[in-house]
Design a protein around this ligand. Structure first.
Ligand code: CA
Length: 77
């Protein structure tokens, strides 16, 4: 379970270049954080997470998209 605040700080920590999007590369750079993201989104891989956000052709995810995936997984409160 994650609150808005927890999800936001998790996202900001992953977004190393602070461009408002978390790229596949940034996810791979933070294995500890990406493990938490996997739990909150019920996904097994970063690729699966990006597919869940309906952005298969994109290699990054925005905060709003991430939040939607966490909500769909039933882990947002
Ligand atoms: Ca970024």
């Amino acid at each position: 379970m994650a609150t808005e605040q927890e999800l936001r700080s998790l996202f900001d920590a992953l977004d190393r270049d602070q461009d408002g999007k978390v790229s596949l590369n940034e996810i791979f750079l933070s294995p500890g954080l990406s493990a938490i993201i996997s739990l909150e989104t019920n996904t097994n891989t970063p690729q699966e997470l990006l597919a869940q956000s309906n952005l298969e052709k994109n290699d990054s995810i925005t905060y709003e998209e991430l939040k939607e995936v966490v909500k769909k997984a039933g882990n947002f409160n």
